[in-house]
Design a protein around this ligand. Structure first.
Ligand code: COS
Length: 385
């Protein structure tokens, strides 16, 4: 399908294909096996300007939008979604600054991200996952400072990033409506990291706890205003979910490509296995589902870039559909490979493990369905039906 990519998007796609083939493919199994963080690849992303993709030119970026990032994340994720996540999670951690930062904050942080400093977004806590309003981390005002106490959990790029957007309660009594977003830098006294998680998939990405113990942050680090934190988080997720969708799309597209190629070469009963309808129909469904996901993800990204106001519904739909597709397509890809698919010599078992998280993080797919259903009811009520 011709999606009429702009010249910038085509260049990004070509660049990411090259990085994926030459730099990532040879090392993806190593990082998956060891769970080490791929600093060498982050350096390549930085040197080629990929961290500046979604940042305005005046702050040292390429001036691209969500669609440009989607193209990069999809293309890199075809080969290794765990490594691609270093970039996607940096975008997630930076969106609050792009969307809600004042000029001073943008000047201070965006050029750093554009030149390769990793960022992270910290909302989730041990007791607050789907129920994001249930966070307990507090930020108590003390003169010009806020004193942060609490723990954030499962933070992608945790420990590796230098810049963190942290959502904390400045007014406990108000719950979600008393939350505030802060930019907190690594190295701030009272800010430490817990253990690195040992995960099923996306093992090249770093997932850690963030621990705040009397961590003092200046009031100039607040994004937006006090009390706007939940809104900052929700608007950020509306903007970032197409990125997870693109990661899922890339995983599906990668698994599809592997399965088609394998099915042409693998012979059983004297024929290549794609000559059997049981396999060829499976491949046809995988290709159709992947293309449908791509159309939805691209259209959503373009709508956000075009400035469409309320993107909660389509953003949730893109994340939901692409991640369910990734799980289905990778599971079927393993099936096409048969016994070999279950072995680590072939990449599809990794893709199947990697796909699972896309149905869980940045809002479980149950939460996405909730968001979509709430939007449907609101739209119907607004029409007076
Ligand atoms: N944009 C702007 N504002 C939003 C919003 C959005 N997309 N979604 C909600 N809000 C606002 C609401 O308008 C409401 O504002 P008021 O207090 O002014 O009325 C406030 O936020 C609270 O909204 P709501 O009552 O809908 O919140 P709930 O506690 O019911 O939670 C869900 C809503 C479930 C959607 C939210 O908790 C969520 O997204 N959970 C998943 C979190 C997640 O994705 N975690 C993954 C980890 S982060 S990578």
């Amino acid at each position: 399908m011709d999606y009429q990519l702009t010249e910038l998007q085509q260049n990004i796609k070509d660049l990411c294909e090259q990085i994926a083939e030459e730099k990532i493919k040879p090392v993806r199994a190593h990082y998956d096996e060891t769970g080490e963080f791929p600093h060498e690849i982050m350096k390549v992303f930085a040197e080629t300007g990929l961290f500046g993709l979604f940042i305005e030119e005046k702050y040292g970026g390429m001036g691209g939008g969500v669609m440009d990032l989607v193209i990069a994340v999809e293309t890199l994720s075809k080969v290794c979604s765990g490594i691609a996540l270093g970039l996607a999670a940096t975008a997630l951690g930076t969106y609050p600054i792009i969307l809600f930062g004042n000029e001073e904050q943008k000047q201070k942080y965006l050029p750093r991200v554009a030149s390769g400093t990793l960022a992270a977004f910290a909302l989730t806590e041990p007791e607050a996952g789907s129920d994001a309003g249930g966070i307990r981390t507090t930020a108590v005002k003390e003169g010009d400072l806020y004193v942060l106490n609490g723990t954030k959990q499962w933070i992608t790029n945790g420990g590796e990033a230098d810049i963190y957007t942290v959502i904390a309660l400045t007014n406990k009594a108000k719950g979600a409506r008393g939350a505030t977003a802060f930019i907190v830098e690594k190295g701030t006294p009272g800010f430490t990291f817990g253990k690195k998680e040992n995960k099923m998939g996306i093992r090249a990405s770093a997932t850690r706890e963030l621990i705040f113990q009397d961590c003092r942050v200046h009031q100039s680090q607040i994004l937006g205003r006090e009390g706007m934190g939940f809104m900052v988080a929700m608007r950020t997720l509306d903007q970032s979910r197409p990125g997870v969708a693109a990661q899922a799309l890339g995983i599906a597209a990668g698994a599809l490509e592997e399965a088609v190629a394998y099915s042409r070469k693998r012979r059983q009963f004297g024929k290549p296995i794609n000559a059997f309808q049981g396999v060829s129909f499976m491949l046809a469904d995988m290709a159709t589902q992947t293309e449908a996901a791509r159309a939805l993800v691209y259209q959503t990204a373009r709508a956000i870039d075009a400035g469409v106001k309320d993107v909660s519904k389509i953003s949730a739909m893109a994340k939901l559909f692409a991640s369910d597709t990734a799980m289905k397509v990778t599971t079927d890809a393993v099936q096409v490979f048969g016994g070999y698919g279950y072995m680590k010599e072939y990449p599809v078992e990794k893709m199947m493990r990697d796909a699972k998280i896309t149905q869980i993080y940045e809002g479980t797919n149950q939460i996405q369905r909730d968001v979509i259903a709430i939007c449907l009811a609101k739209e119907s009520a607004a029409k007076g039906d």
